[in-house]
Write a protein that binds this ligand. Sequence first.
Ligand SMILES: Cc1cc2nc3c(=O)[nH]c(=O)nc-3n(C[C@H](O)[C@H](O)[C@H](O)COP(=O)(O)OP(=O)(O)OC[C@H]3O[C@@H](n4cnc5c(N)ncnc54)[C@H](O)[C@@H]3O)c2cc1C
Length: 409
Amino acid sequence: MFGKQIKPKIVIVGGGFAGLNAAQQLKSSRYDVTVIDPSPHIEWLPNIHEIISGVKSGEDLRLSRNILVRRLGHRFLMNRAMEMTSSAVLLDSGMKVPFDVCIVATGSVNNTFGVEGADEFALPMKSVEQCQVIARRLHRASLSHRTTRVTIVGGGIEGVEAFGEVMRAYRHRPQFEFNIVEASEHLLPRSPGHLDGKIRSHTDGFRVQYHLGKHVESVDHEGICLTDGSAVESDITIWSAGAAPNGFLQRSYLTEKANDWASVNSYFQSDARENVFIIGDAANPEGMPLAKQAYHAIDMGKAAAHNVERLLANKPLKEFHPSNKPQVVTFGDLDTFMLFRDFAVSSSVLGAAKEAIYTLGLLQMAPPKSAKDLLHSLDLLQRSTRKVYLPTLNPLSLVSKLPKSKVFS
Ligand SMILES: Cc1cc2nc3c(=O)[nH]c(=O)nc-3n(C[C@H](O)[C@H](O)[C@H](O)COP(=O)(O)OP(=O)(O)OC[C@H]3O[C@@H](n4cnc5c(N)ncnc54)[C@H](O)[C@@H]3O)c2cc1C
């Protein structure tokens, strides 16, 4: 099947965490690799909520895809893949990109669950640009003395992190009021330990109202109607209530329904096609309920690339075994949690861990090739250190914060 070509053609649709990590594993001397993505930058999504408070800028969180992919010796096409056949990807420019094997890593999109008005009136936070819009709206409101009601819909990890950044920047501004709406009875409902009380204790004394166990029925320019008939007045509504599959999956017949994640086996091969591997948020690996998280997407990218190589070499494929890495969740400058499988640890000083993951992650994705590059990376580290580490890590505040560290199980 693949023997006649000197270099097998591998197309990677989506150059995010999963796609770029797959690309990094594939040697350009052995494969003709094309990465397709409509956006010029890879964005470090795990820290984009920090744009809301201004501790990070868009520039801190973006790397040029073209540079990263070309450094690997591969080809980058800045274009949207519309659909695929069993041997080619069709781009919105009309171009057809043929492949022997395709890796699909199209991630996820914002999910408003068909709630009336949510797409129009609520602000999503799935990209640097969207977080910049939120930051500008909040900043503009802070210049006025009029009351501004800020609502975060979704009290999962991303919602809590966004709420933390809003609190970091605006909790001492008297004109701001804050609401959190979450469908479950608790914040961070799918996380170990019962962190709900701990998070809420940090907001005692501020103008925060929690609407837990409540479902949003509709959103408009005045606020939110809940399904129990009550209403929440809101001037700025941030939507962080979940993710949905990218439409590319269904258009390419990799899923049947629009809301399905793509079923793959434990080698990441699509149930629909042997020469298509699906990874990252887009994939639903058989018998492996994985959280839609960057650390899984990175591991999946590496594992799938090795299986692509094995497929092309007619070798048996290897099963993926997910690692159990702890996840770090920040709550602005008020607290940080490290979530393990069965328990969680809370401590402000863990904020440094998230910064270290961010800096090391960027360095791994774009290893410095020159002294100038390295200086840029060190600059980035220094800037983030100044803005985020120091308030929590200078020796005096470290001493006062250590006794507050706590284990939740
Ligand atoms: C606010 C926020 C905070 C998060 N915090 C954390 C965290 O703390 N820790 C953690 O581990 N994870 C976190 N995540 C989740 C993590 O970012 C995702 O799990 C990860 O990005 C998934 O990687 P992926 O490669 O599957 O998708 P993505 O990184 O989303 O990449 C998908 C790529 O596909 C491209 N694409 C989409 N459609 C097409 C198309 N038709 N043609 C071509 N390209 C296409 C997109 O442009 C995008 O570049 C967070 C996510 C968000 C939004």
